[in-house]
Design a protein. Structure first.
Length: 372
């Protein structure tokens, strides 16, 4: 009863305009102090995944074959490195590594369990991307040294995690490429042996001299088409339907099929008969030479991929997998406690509503008249 009487007394007093304004001013003064005290500090660092010089070297190696050879990134999918690095940076593995490095859990430590420490870091640390593929790490707390230490530790943990991930991916790619390269080498040797045996049995000269320009064109186009079809199947399995490399390869396949269809017409030109005019032994010879050209094209693709993987493997040996654009530092700007700012704004809105809006609109009079 006594507590109810006290509450009733305060409600009666709050009906007085002067008392309400004193309450507004007192709450605003307290919240204004809490907006700046204790002072929050913001530590930040900006990094870029990978080494720009090493990535450029890998791109050069992938481009040495010209437009006829696909780069390794096209063979295994076209993912955004920045998005992958961002997800790795936000992963629980990185947060757990930071907790272990800072020794935040244990007797006499700030947190009793690793889960509590990870939840606290999740509230104080924000990792996001900026333009240019830059990843920014922000840590906000009331201790400047603690914020700086956490930010530096995140940079080290992210670098180590990206290094582990990169080495695992390179090892997987190397295993796949080596297997396919061995298969392509065996196929090329077999196709070349069959072609040589057929030439010796039928006393045939070099394919270009025997089949003429048109036949060479046909077999070369068919070999390119087979290589592109293999490449297209790989892209269908690893890339999305909107991938630019996939669309370009589909257009190249359509063009090659159109050119092969033209050479299949049985006509004779100034350069000699087309493939459609050739029969018997010449067609058998053409099939063998086509298989040889296809095997050679596939071998060149995987040979170029093996060189690119070798360069990536050398790059992955470096433990530092990030380039620091802006080292970890504490901002000199003054930051405010957002929760106090929000409550201060709420007090302002409440004061405006109760002391300005309600009297102007006559809501208080309507309420009193309704009670009467």
């Amino acid at each position: 009863m006594k507590g109810a009487a006290i509450v009733q007394g305060w409600l009666v007093r709050l009906r007085e305009r002067r008392v309400r304004w004193r309450a507004y001013l007192a709450a605003a003064a307290i919240l204004a102090v809490l907006c700046i005290l204790p002072r929050p500090y913001m530590a930040r660092a900006k990094i870029v995944p990978g080494d720009a010089g090493a990535n450029a070297l890998v791109s050069v190696v992938g481009a040495l074959g010209g437009g006829q050879v696909q780069s390794l990134s096209s063979l295994f999918g076209d993912r955004s490195a920045t998005e992958v690095a961002l997800q790795i940076s936000r992963s629980q593995a990185v947060t757990a590594d930071v907790v272990r490095r800072l020794r935040l859990v244990g007797p006499g430590r700030p947190f009793a369990s690793e889960r509590e420490a990870q939840l606290a870091l999740g509230k104080k640390v924000d990792i996001h991307t900026l333009l240019g593929g830059i990843i920014e790490i922000e840590t906000k707390s009331w201790d400047a040294d603690w914020s700086l230490g956490v930010t530096r530790t995140y940079v080290d943990a992210i670098s180590d995690r990206l290094g582990t991930y990169g080495r695992a991916q390179v090892a997987r790619k190397r295993r796949i490429v080596e297997e396919r390269l061995a298969t392509a080498q065996s196929r090329l040797a077999q196709a070349q042996a069959q072609l040589d045996v057929f030439r010796r049995q039928n006393r045939l000269p070099d394919p270009q001299a025997q089949l003429g320009t048109q036949l060479t064109l046909r077999t070369s186009l068919e070999g390119q088409l087979q290589a592109k079809l293999v490449e297209l199947a790989t892209l269908h399995a690893t890339a999305g339907p909107e991938n630019p490399r996939l669309l370009a390869t589909e257009r190249q396949v359509a063009t090659l099929r159109s050119q092969i269809a033209q050479t299949a017409q049985a006509t004779t030109s100034a350069a000699g008969p087309t493939v459609g005019e050739l029969t018997g032994i010449s067609l058998k010879y053409a099939n063998l030479y086509r298989d040889y050209a296809f095997a050679q094209a596939i071998y060149e693709v995987y040979s170029r991929s093996a060189e690119e993987v070798a360069v990536q493997e050398i790059v992955a040996q470096d433990r530092s997998q990030v380039a620091v654009v802006d080292p970890a530092h504490v901002d000199v700007e003054r930051y405010f406690n957002t929760w106090a700012v929000a409550f201060l704004a709420l007090v302002g809105v409440l004061a405006f509503f109760a002391e300005v809006y309600v009297p102007v609109t006559g809501l208080s009079d309507a309420r009193h008249s309704g009670n009467d």
